[in-house]
Design a protein around this ligand. Structure first.
Ligand code: GN1
Ligand code: MG
Length: 356
């Protein structure tokens, strides 16, 4: 079926004018559906069922979370996603082995792939803090849409397997990169143990908080978090860490000029300040203690994930050229090193902000 035929399976308003690709997602295919006149436009997504094994359960998560948010905010049609059901009342349409889902396009918003100003970083922090706060009393059980997503113990199992199997015959060529992972393995496992043993609590988290997954109003204020595919029970620190990885990098995630990569400490301060404006009173001491470390944790995980995908023969992330995952690995590693070099300053900033 064509995208135009697929969109007709959903309860949309208006006559469809055109359907065209949009955005830079690494996992799903995203299309924008333009309609005639006053009717809303829509986002049509082919959900990657090779990554998300249970798309129906994922859509149930998204509907439950967005309904919870809608009941609390001033403008429910803008302050979270609106999922459009199919004609027969499901939240996805299955065409052969493909799964499709539709949301209303929120008009008059801005989105970014990179944060350019400290104001934007501050607002991004507010947005994630608010998202977590809105879901603090969510009491339904969320399905696990992706097994072991930020589970470092599971990631290491997969990692060991990838190296053992060497499916693409690339292990010998990435010995140095492998040593970056191995030399930090104990430190990361020790941190992860605090999550496993409950020292760091588990809550509802977004789990994929890079800047492109947040919408902003045209006046610069934050509107809402989108891309809710990975909303699951996990630590709030995963959202902090992934946002820091995204907002503080002075260049793009896959910049092949590794000397361009660095963490901007002012962006770090701004993001954390925005986040704490929403979460300062509800974080536990253990969460506060690891705010700065979470940036290193998720950036490390991202280095591991890109490298593992390269070793596996590029089966997970979409790539634009053959060595793309290797370039992403090295570029994110440069960011990790920059965070490590500035770690003491990061911790002092957090301490000062918590005292303020
Ligand atoms: C993917 O789906 P998207 O493009 O927002 C990935 C994230 C990575 C990110 C790296 C489900 O995000 O975990 O951090 O790429 N999402 C999934 O840019 O794996
Ligand atoms: Mg996204």
């Amino acid at each position: 079926m064509t995208p135009v035929e697929i969109i007709q399976q959903f309860q949309i308003e208006g006559k469809v004018l055109e359907v065209k690709p949009m955005g830079e997602g690494f996992i799903n295919d995203t299309l924008i559906v333009k309609t005639e006149g006053e009717a809303p436009d829509y986002i049509l997504q082919r959900k990657n069922h090779l990554v998300f094994p249970d798309v129906p359960a994922m859509m149930d998560n998204i509907v439950a979370v967005t309904e919870h948010i809608k009941a609390k905010v001033a403008d429910p049609s803008r302050e979270t996603l609106t999922v459009i059901p199919t004609i027969d009342g499901k939240y996805y349409y299955q065409d052969g082995e493909n799964f499709w889902a539709v949301c209303t396009l929120i008009p008059g918003v801005l989105s970014y792939v990179k944060a350019d100003t400290v104001d934007l970083a501050y607002q991004g922090g507010v947005g994630i803090g608010r998202f977590q706060t809105l879901l603090a009393d969510f009491d339904k059980t969320l399905a696990v849409t992706l097994k072991g997503f930020h589970d470092m113990a599971y990631r290491f199992e997969e990692w060991d397997k990838a190296i053992r199997e060497d499916k693409a015959g690339r292990v010998a060529s990435v010995q140095e990169e492998i040593s970056w992972i191995e030399s930090r393995r104990k430190e990361m496992s020790d941190f992860y143990a605090l999550i496993q043993n409950g020292t760091i609590p588990t809550r509802v988290a977004h789990n994929d908080t890079k800047i492109s997954n947040i919408l902003f109003n045209t006046d610069g204020s934050v509107l809402c978090a989108i891309d809710l595919d990975t909303v699951m029970s996990s630590t709030s620190l995963n959202d902090v860490g992934d946002a820091l990885r995204s907002y503080t990098n002075i260049t793009f995630e896959d910049d092949p000029n590794y000397e361009n990569v660095a963490m901007d400490i002012q962006m770090f301060e701004a993001w954390i300040k925005g986040y704490l404006s929403e979460r300062k009173d509800t974080l536990t001491d253990s969460e506060k203690e690891y705010l700065a470390f979470s940036g290193r944790f998720i950036t490390y995980e991202q280095v591991l994930r890109f490298l593992m995908d390269y070793i596996n023969g590029d089966t997970y992330y979409k790539i634009k050229y053959p060595e793309h995952n290797l370039v992403r690995t090295r570029s994110q590693y440069a960011l990790l090193c920059s965070m490590e070099a500035q770690y003491e300053t990061m911790q002092n900033i957090v301490k000062d902000l918590l005292r303020a």
